[in-house]
Design a protein around this ligand. Structure first.
Ligand code: PEP
Length: 250
């Protein structure tokens, strides 16, 4: 039985003070409840302070991006070592906003995945199709290509430290959610891909989160699907109450 993993991607929201308030609300509401794993991904500017507050709680810390070099002339980027030095266990890689707004391509995402894993960060690797691609009926081949390129050169052992987040782009921040059946269909495709290209054991173990307008009122039906092992939450993680109520629905 795979334990569910709920992650909150705060995106470019919450200054330091607001970050401290939000994470304090999450910790207070959660208590020692660890029915599922909980990860918060604040902006870089809040990582260190949020880490101080979640120490000795079940909540884990993730960053929203990383670069694949150790150091040097890469203005505006941060390294795996920097993220680890402020307490990150996880990093989100390949988010559709990085792909579409910042032009990140599969080969860069693959380099980031490999670098993060080599340096002992766990990766939340995001994939998903656009509305046009869904309407064209090519969702599975888009997802397959993202998996093939993003996971190139990664071993079955390293895969233990990857969570895949299936996030249909048309459902992110739009209020449109994939139906539980639509999401389940793609999750099952992803799990089969992992079983066939890594091992049956890897396919059985891999955590596949759904992301795209998950809210307290739709979380339970999505999370009850057999291949949906958690959720990556954007908008609904910005208030402790709604994030906690999604966690409760696992
Ligand atoms: C996301 O950006 O990862 C996301 C799922 O956002 P939202 O929940 O707001 O759709």
């Amino acid at each position: 039985m795979r334990k569910k993993v709920i992650a909150g991607n705060w995106k470019m929201n919450k200054d330091l003070n607001e970050s401290q308030n939000l994470v304090s609300g999450i910790i207070d509401g959660l208590g020692n409840d660890n029915k599922c794993d909980v990860i918060v991904c604040p902006p870089f500017t809040s990582l260190s302070e949020v880490h101080s507050l979640i120490k000795n709680t079940p909540v884990k810390l993730g960053a929203q991006n990383v670069y694949h070099e150790n150091d040097g002339a890469f203005t505006g980027e941060v390294s795996t070592g920097m993220l680890k030095s402020v307490g990150c266990d996880y990093v989100i890689i390949g988010h559709s906003e990085r792909r579409t707004i910042f032009g990140e391509k599969d080969d860069l995402i693959n380099k980031k995945n490999k670098k993060a894993l080599a340096d002992d960060l766990k990766v939340i690797f995001c994939i998903g199709e656009s509305l046009a691609q869904r309407e064209e009926g090519i969702t599975n081949s888009v997802v397959e290509k993202q998996l093939h390129k993003g996971l190139d050169g990664i071993s079955s052992e390293e895969l233990n430290n990857i969570i895949i987040a299936y996030e249909p782009i048309w459902a992110i921040g739009t209020g449109k959610t994939a139906t539980p059946e639509q999401a389940q269909e793609v999750h099952s495709f992803i799990r089969n891909y992992i079983s066939q290209n890594f091992s049956k054991e890897s396919g059985g173990k891999i955590i596949i989160q759904y992301g795209g307008s998950v809210k307290p009122d739709n979380a339970a039906s999505l999370l009850s699907q057999p291949d949906i092992d958690g959720a990556l939450i954007g908008g609904a993680c910005l208030k402790a109450d709604s994030f906690l109520s999604i966690i409760a629905s696992t």
